[in-house]
Design a protein around this ligand. Structure first.
Ligand code: SAM
Length: 263
């Protein structure tokens, strides 16, 4: 089993993932909200945290600085070398669908990326089952996915839904499979509905997870080219995200959705 070469090539040659969470106000909101949800749900320090698909290590570094004992796994060599430069945690190669870690060997497993790079449902279930296997009873599995509605909100905010053709393509993408068309500039990816995320947790033996919108309903405003990087809007977006985080009608308005289950 190997990670699709398109994904490795995308992150190596086409996209600088190491800057994503600080490049703009949208990234900063994602980072701050993800960290606050992690702080709320992770076991107390020093917990053994397995950051599966941890990328260049932004979250691993923050969690290590807070006193957790972190191991980051990622299939992209560039991400591993960027992560290793932070120091303070272990970095290794790894595929979420088949982990080398022993059963019940950590207190928390994070999947903040792999689930949206696995278009096959069976692969996503395998990744969630592996996360469940390596976490001890009472520990937690936290994952993030991309909302099925985020292309609609993002393209609207960028002013790119000005033709019937663009609107029809998007409607088809929303209604159909959830599989991203790599022609859009992103790589092999899957966009979840909240119901799908819940059912994947259940089918992986993780029960019914707690589900949260990460960035909240204001993020498209931050993505809009009409708005400069205004720090006051970051504050407003964080407030809106907290107010709407578990509102069933608004969870999917976030770009990313987090699910948390206790093993
Ligand atoms: C958008 S990045 C997110 C990185 C980091 N977790 C974060 O939230 O900032 C997605 C990451 O998932 C990794 N990934 C993709 N497929 C994977 C798989 N099958 N197993 C483990 N990691 C995978 C990629 O290499 C990439 O580093």
């Amino acid at each position: 089993m190997s990670v699709q070469s398109e994904i490795i090539e995308f992150y190596t040659d086409a996209y600088d993932e190491s800057m994503r969470l600080q490049r703009n106000a949208r990234g900063r909101v994602e980072r701050l909200r993800t960290l606050e949800l992690l702080a709320r749900h992770l076991p107390p320090t020093p917990a053994r945290v397995l950051d599966i698909g941890g990328g260049p290590g932004v979250y691993a570094a923050e969690l290590a600085a807070r006193g957790h004992e972190v191991t980051l796994l990622d299939p992209v060599p560039l991400h591993r070398s960027q992560a290793a430069r932070h120091g303070g945690f272990t970095v290794a190669d790894g595929d979420a669908r088949s982990l080398e870690q022993a059963d019940a060997s950590c207190d928390a497993a994070l999947l903040l990326g792999p689930l949206y790079h696995l278009p096959e449902r069976s692969d996503r279930i395998a990744a969630l089952r592996e996360a469940r296997r390596v976490v001890r009873p009472g520990g937690v599995v936290l994952s993030a996915v991309i909302s099925r509605h985020s292309p609609l909100l993002h393209l609207s905010a960028l002013g790119r839904l000005t033709t019937d053709e663009a609107a029809e393509n998007l409607a088809a993408e929303l209604a159909e499979s959830g599989v991203n068309d790599p022609e859009t500039g992103f790589t092999v990816a899957y966009f979840h509905t909240v119901a799908e995320l819940r059912s994947e947790y259940r089918d992986a033996g993780l029960g019914d997870p707690r589900v949260y919108g990460i960035e909240g309903p204001l993020w498209p405003l931050l993505a809009s080219e009409l708005v400069e990087d205004r720090e006051d809007l970051v504050t407003a977006a964080l407030r809106a995200a907290r107010a709407a985080e578990q509102d069933p009608a608004l969870i999917a308005s976030s770009a990313h959705i987090m699910a948390v289950a206790t093993v």
